[in-house]
Ligand binder design. Structure first.
Ligand SMILES: [Zn+2]
Length: 332
């Protein structure tokens, strides 16, 4: 009898473990990626990309040909998506297989296609701020119900501070409608001011420039994109003074040297902000960028399992006020 019960337990124990694996019904814990660009594939970005390529930033001479903005000279570069269809397929496959929800923004046509074809609730659309857009149109867009987020707002590339009064009416609308805003602060890549964006100013990526804007909009909920890297100490000062500000770790997570990336994330946790760090990729054209960047968090030996889940899921769910809300979040 004892023996039979042992066999019974063994058999069912085996079934319980083996069956879910056999029908592929085991799901990964959910991930929220709050920084995904939904863009048409660009002829300028068809080559592969080496993650952490900014490990080497040699100088140059303004009279010589411009240096490359990124490189494909490494063991296992990430291939670019060949066209818009492949891009969409790759993004939606990761939503399904990696149990992801994405805050996505960019070209409206691409964004609407992703939204329509993704499982319900897994693409959360965002809209940027174009100071040429009449404020009433911006309000109408936000009131339509399609857009849940304002992002990516990137005054730095235009040579403007986020506290410039040109943005005040737009931030006032987001504040009134209770919509979170993501603001680009920090790096734009090696040589950004020379190579791609002549109006870009490193000094305008200082997170402390957000203070006047926050004072004007006390109910506005913002997150600082890219952790304001490399001005992380300034971000720590800002977040210490402003309790509702969160950050994302996108962009620098796949471009700057991996040791530096881990140093920054660990520093933010050590400074006490483990509950305000949100995972973001800054996804552009290279689909494997998702698993490459998520792997940084999953492999971080300085983070507890609980802290990894905070960064990959819970902090964003809390920030976007979506826990227990309208959104059909996947179960943990
Ligand atoms: Zn950005």
């Amino acid at each position: 009898m004892q023996f039979n019960r042992f066999l019974f337990t063994l058999a069912f124990g085996w079934l319980a473990i083996a069956l879910p694996g056999q029908d592929n019904s085991v799901t990964r814990p959910p991930i929220i990626d709050i920084h995904v660009h939904a863009l048409p594939v660009s002829p300028a970005f068809t080559s592969a990309l080496c993650p952490w390529f900014l490990t080497d930033m040699p100088g140059g001479d303004p009279n010589d040909p411009a240096p490359a903005f990124f490189t494909d000279d490494c063991d296992d570069p990430l291939p670019a998506a060949a066209n818009d269809e492949v891009m969409q397929e790759e993004v939606l496959r990761r939503i399904r297989e990696m149990n992801m929800t994405m805050v996505a923004f960019g070209a409206p046509t691409i964004l609407h296609k992703w939204y329509d074809d993704a499982p319900a609730g897994r693409i959360i659309p965002g809209i940027g701020i174009d100071p040429n857009m009449p404020v009433d149109n911006f309000r109408d867009s936000l009131s339509s119900g399609f857009y849940k987020v304002v992002a990516e707002v990137a005054p730095q590339y235009q040579g403007l501070s986020p506290s410039d009064s040109i943005f005040t009416p737009y931030f006032a609308v987001a504040e009134e409608l209770n919509i979170p805003v993501g603001i680009h602060m920090g790096t734009g890549g090696n040589g950004v001011a020379n190579l791609t964006s002549p109006n870009y100013r490193a000094s305008l990526g200082n997170p402390l420039l957000l203070e006047e804007m926050l004072a004007r909009h006390p109910k506005l909920k913002i997150w600082v994109m890219h952790a304001g890297y490399p001005l992380v100490d300034e971000l720590i000062a800002l977040m210490g003074a402003h309790a509702y500000v969160y950050l994302d770790i996108s962009g620098f997570i796949w471009s700057y040297p991996l040791a530096e990336v881990n140093y920054v994330i660990e520093k933010l946790v050590r400074a006490g902000f483990g509950k305000r760090i949100m995972y973001g990729t800054d996804f552009l054209f290279w689909p494997r960028m998702f698993e490459t960047s998520i792997g940084v968090i999953e492999d971080a030996d300085y983070l507890s399992e609980e802290r990894k889940r905070d960064i990959l899921f819970h902090n964003a769910a809390r920030f976007f006020r979506m826990e227990g809300g309208d959104f059909d979040w996947p179960e943990e």
